[in-house]
Design a protein around this ligand. Sequence first.
Ligand SMILES: O=C(O)CCC(=O)C(=O)O
Ligand SMILES: [Fe+2]
Length: 772
Amino acid sequence: MPGIAREQVAELLATSAEFAAASALRKLPGTDLSVAVDGLGPLRFPVADEQAVQLRELGRRAQFGRGEQTLTDPEVRDTWEIPKELVRVQWTEAFTTVLDGMRAELGLPPHCRLMPELHSMLLYETGQFFVPHQDSEKDDAMVATLVVSLPSAHTGGELVVEHQGQTKKYRGLKTAVSLVAFYSDCRHQVLPVKKGNRVTLTYNLLLAGDSQAAAAKNPLVSELAAGLLTHFATPVVLPYGSRRGEPPTRLAYLLDHEYTARGLSWSRLKGSDAARGALLRAAAERAGCEITLALAEIQETWDAYDPDEDEDAWYGHHEDEDPDDYENPGSADDKQYVLQDLIETSTTLAHWIGPETGRLEDISLDLSDAEVASTTPTADMTPYSSEYEGYMGNYGNTLDRWYRRAALVIWPQGQGFASRAEASPGWALDELAATARAGKIGEAREAARSLESFWHAAGRYPGQTELVGKALEAARELDDAQVAVMLLRPFALERLVPPHGPAFAALAAHYGDTWTDGLLRHWTEGWRPGSYGLAQAPLEWFEDLPWLCAALSAEGNASTAAARRIVELSWTMFAGQVAPALDGPLTSRREAWLTALGAPCSGIIAAAAGLGSTGVLENAHKLARTAGDRTHALAMATLRAAGMRRAGFDELALSCADRIRALLAQPRRAPGDWSIELPTGCSCELCETLGTFLREPGRRALDWPLAKDRRRHVHTRIDEAELPVHHETRRQGRPHTLVLTKTEALFERERLARERHQADLAWLTDEWKVST
Ligand SMILES: O=C(O)CCC(=O)C(=O)O
Ligand SMILES: [Fe+2]
């Protein structure tokens, strides 16, 4: 089989299915249908204006669904619905024949039947319409919608059905009944009626029988099976150079129709998917593979540009910019962008029909490009969301698009455990523990080792707390230091919570201090001091540290030692994250942040005190003794968070009190002293002039003619430091004049700060008994 096996498989499947349409049209003479409405009698075809008026009198404004809601909005759906209880419909045998023809045209095998279930009777008067939408599947077995237009003289009101970017327009007829069936994943709309009235019956089409045709005898099956074997035997060519990786462990073949989680089932595959599913299933069996159905989330990132965008707009600044300009109303695809290259695709399986349970399960499995094939490229489908981002520095302009596609997922039988473990790590850990408990410990270790190549991703799955619990259990049962650390390594320190105490303690006691230390270090690896924005220290988790440490130290010596290590690592993380932000003046934004840090900081200190970790306590006190308004704010917030007097905080309280006394001892600002200190940070000539003006005690105002960019620099400095200085641009002359005025807030703030210090000191004296 030449070429890339997975592409060959997709090509074989492309030719396999006989043409399957997404929608189908039929006509019947009006004599094949009679419709009677209570209170009005039988309808006469073509429906005349006077009967339409009578129908409207019986009707109510039709509603539509959005998510869980049912809404009425004539901007979205403007049509009258005649209550179904009043409507009696009778068809001749011809209807059955039509439905069977549609079944075949929609690509469903002969042993299936489409069962019509009347859903509604609708009247569209002149001007009425229904905007593009998808019908919800009101029944598990529903696969399609049937729209029957009754004979009536009208123009406009076409039913437009869309699938994979192709649209078809269906017009109603004056003298005959027109019937249009389309799969439920097709977007469709009813254009405004231009003249006359349009009357329709809508039906849900339920599928009876299995849409999977018997495929085993199809000659394509053996070719497909050979394709699968080649796929699973051929090492992947890695990008950059000629290195080869391992052969792929699975193949996900993306289907063409959309399926809801509820509608996903072998027997209800739609159109060409039905035949392809049957073939691939037979091929998988022949090739000794397992196969299941899944739902995938796909993200494509395109290099793209907006043809309307003025390139220059990205340079220079717009002083009076409206922040709303940056927001992207609605989906980016409302607009036409020019796509250039596909930069990146990511495919994640989010649900599948559990091979063991037969039920839909939530999973999270990232696929590599070498594991994905499709007959229809994803870019030909309609994304459910998209986002355009202008030039950001790293990339040019990009357009991200998100899609949901169903997939057939195949893997060689022997790799069942690893394949399922990757999709569902919690299941795998349970299996490992159970196998070991049943005495098959060698087998369990072997199975655990088969996870190694992808297990690092286990730390990114949802439900981490539960997974860690399961991993702790399995690691103990496997009784092998190396395998145990391999299973546990992907997780993070902050996933450890008090209920894990006994299991963690059992491990620490079993494998020893060195092993435990190594594991804890792995668990903080994601975090590096000073790594802004990458990994943040787990602040909320620090707050609860005393409980975790108590749970651990209740379990014996080994876990008490582990708790100490945890507290040390926590302090390192906390101090490392906080330290760079402790310098400089205390702005309100900084103050809010430092106040929020009080609780995590007090959590660590209380835990350290409980364990007698003097090293951590000393480091905390050292930090608190560092002079600076910010450090003081953090120390006070820590004491406030500690609440009542607790061991470990006395020194902190003492140094806070000392600092407050020193601050209060400083002379008050003299009335009429308007000097302000400009914080360091920039030494350009503008800031020098600004600094000189600010420092002058007798000077309150400055008129400063400055060009736009220079004005911006000066007022940005003032705003960032929250200086008590008002700035305004007088838009006269060239350049405009920046007018700076020192405000009364200078005095007010200092007065408030003093009051606050006095209150803090009183509180420290009261609650913490610092001697005065
Ligand atoms: O009236 C029609 O042609 C179709 C109406 C429709 O799309 C619906 O009821 O969901
Ligand atoms: Fe619809």
